[in-house]
Design a protein around this ligand. Sequence first.
Ligand code: NAD
Ligand code: WQD
Length: 437
Amino acid sequence: LDITGGNSRFIMVVGGLGYIGSHTVLELLKENYNVLVIDDLSNSYESVLHRIKALATEHFAAQDRPMPALHFRQLDYRSPCMRSILASYSSYSIGRKASTPITEITRAVPSGFPFSALQRTDSGIDMETDDAQETILRRESRISGVIHFAAYKSVEESIRMPLKYYSNNVCGLVDFLSLLEEFGIKNFVFSSSATVYGEGANCGVPLREELCVHHPETFYDDAGLERQVLPGVLGLTSPYGRSKFMCESILADIARSDPSWSITALRYFNPVGCHESGILGEDPRQKPSNLIPVITTVLTGTKPVLEIFGTDWSTPDGTAVRDFIHVVDLARGHIAALAASAARKIKTPFRAYNLGTGRGHTVREVLQSLEETSRRRIPVKEVGRRAGDVGFCVAEVRRAESELDWRAEKSLADCSVDVWNFTKGRCEPQISDEMIC
Ligand code: NAD
Ligand code: WQD
């Protein structure tokens, strides 16, 4: 394997060519992290890698600085090949036991070395002693952290094909965590979702992380009173939602059993927008079902009208309220989580954070914003509520602000400008003039 980047350390980004992953990889590179991307391209394209590379190259050329390493392996993260990839991102030290102190020589692992023979020692270092040759082999991973985006994400498909979702999102995660543990990689950032709040979201006030916990927790409410919360959540409406809750529970249990893990579950609210260049954006293989991607299909003429699901919610204009967060703000949230973990600012081995803006917008406000930006009318048809929807879902963001030193900076208008820029760049010829307002 040709591994550039010397002996430097890498962040492994699993699912790194998808919508949120690709924007995060670019931000990581800009922050000088070497990045190893694993993606099976089940919902993305290899061209995304070239777009990330082009944007990063431009960024570093403008600053006259060398670009960090960007590696890619097209692979299902559940594949047995993951073991050899992790092995190739490990460094090995060999020392002679006879001479004291032990002299260590770092060199490539002997081919065919039985990794399973490595034993975990009290110091947490993997060691193999060969009495005949008096050698010690120590293995250390060059992967200093993992950001795990890989999952299937369609709520509707998860109801039709639950096993597909539990297999990739939950079983995949369990095996992957065992492998990471084997290699001593215990710094893990997980893509969670506001979906873990289930029907609890409908409470009409910004959602605090304590509304969904995995072990009993004590916290202080806004009046400063001490409260006890028990694990559990109200009304998870889809296998997709349950898969995220299960994954968080598994991660919380692992962290409780072994506090040397540092696990952050980032609960995304409604990620929207794209990179301001218009080069990187949301480009899935799967048919879109989220609001803004559906609106863009109407803007490009692929779909005749936007169906508004529900106009009878108790909100200012009757349409549902969501916390729309720009994907670049979200991407930076992952870097803030890595930095806070490295600086040991996160006090518990498992911690969940809401990543949202703390501000809600109705579906009609989103429509209006995109109409104003594109200067095109978006035809709509009001239909009934979509099964499983909630009327209100907005983040309480104080925990991420104080513990991760992160806050969203971009507005809904910024999201619209960037989405329109990306859409125009890809589909201009299909946009009919008749749609101009
Ligand atoms: P996405 O589908 O665009 O990206 C996921 C990427 O993972 C894709 O590139 C896909 O090819 C890859 N992938 C899937 N299964 C894989 C596997 N087994 N092995 C390797 N690669 C695999 O989705 P996204 O919107 O970028 O979401 C990323 C994560 O964030 C997901 O875990 C999703 O559940 C979560 N999330 C997304 C949203 C949202 O609205 N987009 C909201 C909350 C949480
Ligand atoms: C937003 C609002 C719709 C499409 C989903 C998942 C959640 C998370 C983010 C991954 C709702 C309305 C939508 C349309 C509409 N994903 N809408 N017409 O439902 O808040 O969250 O994506 O974790 O788990 O459930 O996002 O963009 O689908 O919908 O009226 O054609 O727009 O009813 O009120 P949602 P969304």
